[in-house]
Design a protein around this ligand. Structure first.
Ligand SMILES: [Zn+2]
Length: 163
């Protein structure tokens, strides 16, 4: 377990959380921030809390932890928060799956474009026909460019009457 999470759970065990039910369907709460006397909006079914830890740092904040484990919190709220935390975990897993698919798609696309680069360069005569040796295809290196960028720049400078 990360130190950050352990700290928040420890804090949730020690401190009682003040909260008020704002709406019931879906359940929306207003919780005391624990310092500075501010309050935050919590939406249990999506494990949302308006505090910085949850909103910006994407951590299970101490408010969510406290709402889940504080025995003075009503049972429905506690189970809604626990369920929301589990659902959010599943959402992250789905997002990871989507990213894996996207990476695979990009690999495939890269392979196609890479093949196109080789094939079209060969068709355009930029490289010679591959030599087949022992079943392995070997490419001869690209011929040297006739104009190296530095030569081109020097020539332009000379034409422009520069030093
Ligand atoms: Zn929070």
């Amino acid at each position: 377990m990360s130190r950050e999470l352990r700290d928040r759970i420890r804090r949730a065990r020690r401190r009682q959380i003040g909260y008020r039910i704002e709406a019931r369907d879906p359940l929306v709460l207003e919780v005391e921030s624990g310092h500075s006397g501010r309050s935050h909006t919590v939406v249990p079914h999506i494990a949302y809390c308006g505090c910085e830890d949850r909103k910006y740092r994407q951590l299970p904040c101490w408010h969510l932890c406290a709402l889940a484990i504080d025995e003075d919190v009503d049972r429905r709220t506690r189970s809604a928060v626990l369920e929301g935390i589990a659902n959010h975990t599943t959402d992250i897993e789905l997002e990871i799956d989507d990213l894996h698919d996207r990476i695979e798609e990009l690999h495939d696309r890269h392979e196609t474009w890479n093949e196109a680069t080789d094939e079209l360069a060969r068709e355009a005569g930029v490289v010679r026909e591959p030599l087949v040796t022992g079943g392995n295809i070997e490419f001869t290196p690209l011929p040297e460019r006739r104009d190296k960028p530095r030569d081109v720049i020097a020539r332009i400078a000379a034409t422009a009457g520069g030093s």
